[in-house]
Design a protein around this ligand. Structure first.
Ligand code: C5P
Length: 219
């Protein structure tokens, strides 16, 4: 079986992770949620009270924080499962400024390359096709109308028991897109050779099919 890398990038709430999880399962490859890594660093920083402007504090944090995924692909930070915390309002509203820090990106990019170097992976994020794996075998860039993204994320939060109103979610998605797209290091951007998919009118099944049709049978 050939080693393959599939990159799925795009703004927040376009269905990247839901789609990537299913494709990973269907193809029998690893799903890597790179957003969870940025959320984990943000959680640790908030817990320790380290501001994004505190360079020495961030360096120290990057050295001392142990992040891993458990067997269910849930995030574990310094030995404690924090899956629910990293999806909540506090982390969602703080993550973009921490993700803009070059040192944070460098450490996480290296980790992503290590994991995906050893096995076939589908990674979702903002800079996978542009920076982390510019030579990925397949690159997709998902886009969706903001209102639809907010509504979908709202339903997801209701299901997971995360307290955020529809208005808060819409504001948060728009604000993160703005910061993520305008940062100097590895901004959110479609790679020139990525296939753009507008998921506004698509169901999850249709989204998955569009990607799997392109990738074909890999095994
Ligand atoms: O994908 P998710 O919405 O969980 O990502 C949370 C945040 O992590 C994004 O808004 C962005 O600031 C950051 N991120 C990033 N690069 C990635 C993945 C996520 O900067 N590859």
């Amino acid at each position: 079986k050939k080693h393959i890398i599939i990159a799925i990038d795009g703004p927040s709430g376009t269905g990247k992770s839901t789609t990537a999880k299913i494709v990973a399962k269907d193809l029998g490859i690893t799903y890597l949620d790179t957003g969870a890594m940025y959320r984990a660093i943000t959680f640790a920083a908030l817990e320790k009270g380290v501001a994004p402007t505190n360079k020495a504090g961030i360096d120290q944090l990057l050295q001392s924080t142990k992040i891993r995924f458990d067997n269910n692909n849930q995030i574990v930070i310094n030995g404690i499962n924090r899956e629910k915390e990293i999806r909540g309002k506090q982390v969602s509203e703080a993550v973009s400024p921490y993700s803009a820090i070059p040192e944070v990106r460098s450490v996480l990019t290296q980790w992503q390359r290590e994991i995906a170097g050893e096995r076939s992976c589908i990674l979702d994020g903002r800079d996978i096709g542009t920076v982390v794996f510019p030579n990925a075998d397949f690159k997709f860039f998902l886009v969706t109308d903001l209102k639809v993204r907010a509504e979908r994320r709202y339903q997801e939060c209701l299901q997971k028991g995360i307290a955020m109103t529809l208005e808060e979610i819409e504001k948060n998605l728009a604000e993160r897109d703005r910061i993520d797209s305008s940062r100097a290091t590895a901004p959110l951007k479609k790679a020139d050779d990525a296939i753009e998919i507008d998921t506004t009118q698509l169901s999850i099944e249709q989204q998955v099919k569009k990607i799997e049709d392109r990738v074909g049978v890999v095994a």
